[in-house]
Design a protein around this ligand. Structure first.
Ligand code: C5P
Length: 318
């Protein structure tokens, strides 16, 4: 795996990894392995965690974190970024490789925007470069899938259809920037808890989960017209997230009241995202939402933006 011409320790590798939102999250039934079959349209947005890897010669892998919610996260081997570095090193068969990882977080913690997955993706890419490992992009995506369902997309970025548990990716066309306002909640939600509530609510209401591919949304995304995209945004986890975090209903209403084209819970929540017509409109929506009850912070972002392994897969027609 090691490229013999590359040094084991280089000075400092810096990788930026974007957050994601799900423009559609179509959730099917719970599988025997506990995961749910999905069709999801991932969209990477301009909110990044920064991962820096600095070489060390004693074979230790350390982590320090700063920024958004970092004081609440462990820095030991239970952190997904450390697990990513350990997995890569094990794969390389070189237990002597070491690194100091530093992460500057901006993606809301437990917010449904794949911040933890972004950190794992950043650690994989930064350590692969630091250690001079020749890891083909497809192999990096496969390692990412071992770490979490969203990690492969964090590596790829852009727009992509995710199937399986979200790890089987087909990059999608649609490079016209969409403008969003992200409203972070004061606290987080547990992804497994939201999926469990989804199971309970669908069973209670006698609904049949449907993980069919949202072809209309994919076509609208290609057109790049936010007014076509807006009515097609869909999140099957939204009812479960709102049920567990009732304040989200007011946040979604507040975004529409200040003129957003549409608003949805991002992934398993509780972050809410609002689609806007253009940059100016996003400024007005952000201003209107900044004083809304239950909104901790408001940010304007655009998407799609590339991930650190953007060229790993060709764009597909779905
Ligand atoms: O893959 P990841 O570790 O991010 O998933 C976290 C949890 O979210 C899983 O343990 C599972 O409870 C839930 N999940 C799911 N179906 C998916 C993805 C995640 O049920 N497709």
């Amino acid at each position: 795996m090691r490229n013999p011409s590359s040094p084991v320790v280089s000075q400092r590798i810096h990788v930026r990894v974007p957050a994601k939102i799900n423009l559609a999250l179509c959730v099917g039934s719970r599988r025997v392995d506990g995961f749910h079959d999905l069709s999801t349209v991932f969209h990477a947005v301009s909110l990044w965690d920064d991962v820096v890897a600095v070489g060390r010669r004693d074979g230790r892998i350390t982590l320090t974190m700063s920024g958004e919610g970092s004081e609440l996260l462990p820095c030991d081997e239970t952190n997904l970024a450390v697990r990513a570095a350990l997995l890569l090193r094990e794969q390389a068969g070189e237990p002597g490789l070491g690194a100091d990882l530093r992460i500057e977080k901006r993606v809301p913690l437990a917010g449904g925007m794949a911040g933890g997955s972004a950190d794992a993706a950043g650690a994989l890419v930064a350590c692969a470069r630091l250690w001079g490992l020749d890891v083909p992009p497809g192999e990096l995506l496969a390692l990412g899938a071992q770490l979490g369902s969203d990690v492969p997309f964090s590596l790829l970025g852009g727009n992509a259809l995710g199937r399986g548990r979200g790890e089987r990716l087909h990059p999608l066309a649609g490079a016209v920037p969409l403008h969003w306002v992200v409203a972070a909640a004061p606290d987080g939600l547990s992804t497994p808890a939201v999926y469990r509530r989804f199971d309970e609510l669908t069973a209670h209401d006698g609904l049949v989960p449907d993980s069919g591919v949202p072809t209309d949304l994919i076509a609208a995304l290609e057109s790049g017209d936010p007014r076509e995209v807006a009515p097609l945004l869909r999140n099957d986890l939204q009812a479960a997230a709102v049920d567990l975090h009732p304040g989200l209903a007011a946040t979604l209403d507040a975004g529409l009241a200040v003129g957003a084209l549409a608003g949805i819970v991002s992934g398993s929540g509780p972050t809410c995202v609002f689609l806007c017509a253009d940059e100016r409109h996003a400024g007005a929506v952000a201003g209107g939402l900044s004083s809304a009850r239950g909104v901790r912070a408001v940010q304007r972002v655009t998407g799609p933006v590339p991930g650190p392994c953007a060229a790993a897969l060709p764009v597909a027609r779905v």
